[in-house]
Design a protein around this ligand. Sequence first.
Ligand SMILES: [Zn+2]
Length: 163
Amino acid sequence: MIKKEINIAFEDFGSIEELNQSDKNLCLEAVKAMENSHSPYSKFKVGVVVKLASGKIVYGSNQENVAYPSGLCAERVALFTVGANYPDDKIISIAITAKTEQFELLKPVTPCGACLQVIAEYEQKQKDEVEVLLYCIDGAIWKTKGVKSFLPFMFVEDRLGIG
Ligand SMILES: [Zn+2]
């Protein structure tokens, strides 16, 4: 038996003021994206913006449904919009934020495993990593280049299709 360890790396910014102007703008756009969240059940709003190489910005927000599993996370709403409408435009960054009236969010909200897996697939497809910005309003921002820091054991199998 060999014991192995994986270390992950990300940047931790104390506040939005520490970000460069471009990243700061993306985080503020993610806040705007939350306005269209349809979350009457969880009352937990999530907003996402995806920045493409062309400069285009695609918005996403969580869309819930009374038949709960029919809803979709904000990240996948935005990413699948990109895949469906701008398939050849490279994804440069994704910024994610959240808010709720139910409790105070003390740290950035991280994407669920399914959304991380979807980001991983688009990284494979475009053969380049996506910059991920996780923005806690009035708190820290976590930033990483490439989704592998958050999902080191992502499922990737080139022989199944993309390669
Ligand atoms: Zn998700």
